[in-house]
Design a protein around this ligand. Structure first.
Ligand code: FES
Ligand code: FES
Length: 163
C-alpha cells in the first residue's frame, strides 16, 4: 500500500526547458511528452504512437535526442530539455526549420517537430553528413506523407548553410 501511494504522490521537479527554468509538481507516472504539452503548454512536441516507434515526440534531453513518450517527467529533474519551440531565436527560425519550409519537407506536419529536432541534433554533432548518415539519423522518425526525399534534401540544405 505504501509503495502504491508513493506512485501517486506528486514530486517537485525543476527542469530547464528552452533556457527557462520551471518548477512543477508532477505525478511520478507522468510522461515527459505529456508534461511538456499539458503542464508547460509546449504543444510543438507531438504525440503519436506513445511506444517509442514514430519519433514525433523527439526532444533534446541534455543535448541528446530522446523520445519523450519513453521518459517520465521526473527523469528530467535537474536537466535541460530543448523542444522544437526552443530552436528559433529572437523570432528567427533555425536554419533547419527554414530548410524544411523551403524544401516543402512536410505535408500534414505531424512528424515535423521530431524530424527537425533529430536533424538539428545530427548537424550539431556532424555538420557535414552524407545522405546515408542523414537517413540513418532519421531512421527513428517516421513520416506517413512525404516519402522522405524532401526531408533529406532539407537536411542537406541546412548542412550546406551551416558551413
Ligand atoms: S509518440 Fe513517442 S515515439 Fe511515437
Ligand atoms: S508530414 Fe505527415 S507524417 Fe510527416
Amino acid at each position: 500500500m505504501q509503495s502504491l501511494l508513493s506512485l501517486l504522490m506528486k514530486q517537485t521537479i525543476r527542469v530547464a526547458i528552452n533556457g527557462r527554468l520551471y518548477e512543477e509538481d508532477v505525478e511520478p507516472r507522468l510522461l515527459l511528452s505529456h508534461f511538456l504539452r499539458e503542464n508547460i503548454g509546449l504543444t510543438g512536441t507531438h504525440v503519436g504512437c506513445v511506444i517509442g516507434e514514430c519519433g514525433a515526440c523527439s526532444v533534446l534531453l541534455d543535448g541528446k535526442v530522446v523520445k519523450s513518450c519513453l521518459h517520465l517527467a521526473v527523469q528530467a529533474d535537474g536537466r535541460e530539455v530543448t523542444t522544437v519551440e526552443g530552436l528559433a531565436k529572437n523570432g528567427e527560425l533555425n536554419p533547419v526549420q527554414e530548410a524544411f519550409v523551403k524544401n516543402y519537407a512536410f505535408q500534414c506536419g505531424y512528424c515535423t517537430p521530431g524530424m527537425v529536432i533529430t536533424s538539428y541534433a545530427l548537424l550539431q554533432r556532424n555538420p557535414n553528413p552524407s545522405e546515408e548518415e542523414i537517413r540513418k539519423a532519421l531512421a527513428g522518425n517516421l513520416c506517413m506523407c512525404t516519402g522522405y526525399v524532401q526531408i533529406v534534401e532539407a537536411v542537406k540544405e541546412a548542412a550546406r548553410g551551416s558551413k
